[in-house]
Design a protein around this ligand. Structure first.
Ligand code: FER
Length: 296
């Protein structure tokens, strides 16, 4: 009798252990966006889009950015921040107009899939006339995308931290972007690991630094990065810039997600990038799932 009771007790303990520890070993991966992910839903809570203006000492002008605050936003809470960057032909409104990130994120919040965050969409062309007009490839305009690193770090981030209820440590700051903004995100994020723990490049452009310059100290990257996300459309002419970065990261053993999906250089891929990346950030990550990010 005693043995039977002991056995029952043992089985109970084992089943409890399995029940409470198994999920940690079988963490679901975030999937490709389903149909409807970007369709406005009337009967859910919605976040808010505003325009902010900040003084840029770097450029010597007042510059604009869009800010998306989540449903249920409250100044008495503290939020992590995602800096979301546009492409070579865009400005602070490119994501809003082309990708409707507020719709994608509202829908994800309604499903309980996001850690509440503030999203800042800046103008990444840090020159006096930063409008998206004329020849986008002109040398001064392209150079402005590199200068934006100073504007972001020294002007915009401090402005956001003075004016919004945000968490200011590296683990609560993410940077991601599309194309030229993907290159910026990789360059600035990996170049300032003391500032960013979450870094995402969607269809990153030729402004992406060469791998040895981008990640000169793989061990530091391994230690400090929470998530490095690199995605691209399989038929994007710029895929080589993502692939060479991925190949180097594999060679150096730096954990990252490399997600190739059907598609070209357009918002279909970038919207899915935001959909997937936003669900992963500011949460515990399971590095062992990274290699499972294969399009299905
Ligand atoms: C280039 C090709 C594409 C380049 C930039 C881009 C600076 C950027 C594309 C985009 O942002 O969509 O040669 O050089």
């Amino acid at each position: 009798m005693k043995i039977i009771l002991q056995t029952k007790k043992f089985l109970f303990i084992v089943s409890m252990l399995v029940a409470f520890t198994a999920p940690a070993y079988s963490q679901d991966i975030v999937k490709q966006a389903p149909v409807g992910f970007d369709v406005y839903q009337e009967n859910i809570l919605h976040g808010k889009i505003d325009t902010i203006s900040y003084e840029s000492k770097t450029v010597g002008t007042i510059r604009r950015a869009l800010v998306y605050t989540p449903p249920g936003y409250s100044e008495s809470k503290k939020y992590p921040v995602l800096y979301l960057l546009h492409g070579i032909g865009g400005d602070e409104k490119e994501w809003y107009n082309g990708g409707q990130p507020h719709v994608i994120l509202d829908n994800l919040y309604a499903q309980g899939k996001l850690e509440p965050m503030i999203v800042i969409m800046p103008n990444g062309r840090a020159i006096k006339d930063d409008r998206a007009i004329g020849n986008h490839m002109a040398a001064d305009k392209v150079a402005g995308f590199a200068v934006f690193e100073e504007d972001l770090l020294n002007d915009l981030i401090p402005f956001v931290e003075r004016n919004f209820p945000v968490l200011t440590d590296r683990e609560h700051r993410a940077i991601a972007g599309l194309s030229m903004g993907g290159g910026q995100s990789l360059n600035f994020g990996l170049g300032n690991l003391n500032k960013f723990a979450w870094v995402g490049g969607f269809s990153s452009a030729p402004n992406t630094k060469a791998p040895e310059k981008l990640i000169p100290d793989p061990d530091a990257a391994k230690k400090q990065l929470k998530l490095l996300w690199i995605s691209c459309g399989a038929d994007d002419g710029l895929i080589g810039f993502s692939k060479r970065t991925h190949d180097y990261l594999v060679e150096k053993g730096v954990p990252h997600i490399y997600y190739i999906e059907p598609g070209v250089h357009d918002f279909k891929v970038w919207k899915n990038g935001l959909y997937m990346f936003s669900q992963l950030i500011f949460k515990p990550v399971d590095v062992s799932t990274f290699t499972k990010y294969v399009y299905k």
